[in-house]
Design a binder for this molecule. Structure first.
Ligand SMILES: CC(C)(COP(=O)(O)OP(=O)(O)OC[C@H]1O[C@@H](n2cnc3c(N)ncnc32)[C@H](O)[C@@H]1OP(=O)(O)O)[C@@H](O)C(=O)NCCC(=O)NCCS
Length: 146
């Protein structure tokens, strides 16, 4: 399994969009193709790939403040969920940024998978709110208190 940073608009980015569409949008009756993704050129894209080049898991990192990153669009291929890939991707990603002094990670978790983020060290912050029509909760992983 290889952890790779994905270049915007590369063939790997197209694999990422296909996975995000299948895992995060189609189950909600939505299509990623209907969204304006142009801001993603400024965001950092990461994936876990098998040796045959297929994508198993992806996530996007967005700098939001000095020393802080927001994670979005975390997705694991359906037949590979529950095998530790989500944890592995987030561990790689957080270590990747930690070497550059980033110690605080935030995200908007779908409420039904907040247990995954708790399992990898995030804590809930604030009340439930709605995004893409379903309940979400803000979660934070910080190694320095703020
Ligand atoms: C949520 C998701 C990213 C988790 O990735 P994964 O590879 O399936 O999870 P892992 O196998 O790495 O699990 C790591 C830990 O989280 C726990 N966990 C995983 N999914 C969970 C869930 N839905 N609820 C509670 N705990 C969960 C596992 O039991 C495991 O705990 P352990 O290490 O203590 O045994 C993945 O299942 C997924 O893509 N789901 C559909 C899309 C989605 O909801 N994305 C997140 C949007 S915010």
């Amino acid at each position: 399994m290889k952890f790779i940073e994905i270049r915007y608009n590369s063939p790997e980015y197209l694999l990422e969009c296909t996975l995000r569409d299948e895992v995060l949008r189609a189950p909600l009756g939505m299509r990623l193709a209907d969204e304006d993704l142009s801001a993603e050129i400024h965001q950092r894209h990461f994936g876990l790939f098998l040796s045959d080049g297929s994508l198993v898991a992806c996530a996007i990192a967005v700098p939001t403040a000095p020393g802080e990153i927001k994670i979005r669009q975390m997705a694991v291929r359906p037949n590979e969920q529950g095998k530790g890939h989500g944890r592995a991707l987030m561990t790689h990603l957080m270590r990747h940024f930690a070497v550059n002094g980033i110690r605080r990670f935030t995200l908007h978790a779908r409420a039904d998978v907040s247990g995954f983020y708790e399992a990898i060290g995030f804590t809930r912050s604030g009340p439930l709110f709605e995004e893409v029509g379903i309940p979400h909760v803000k979660m934070i992983h910080a190694t320095d208190p703020r």
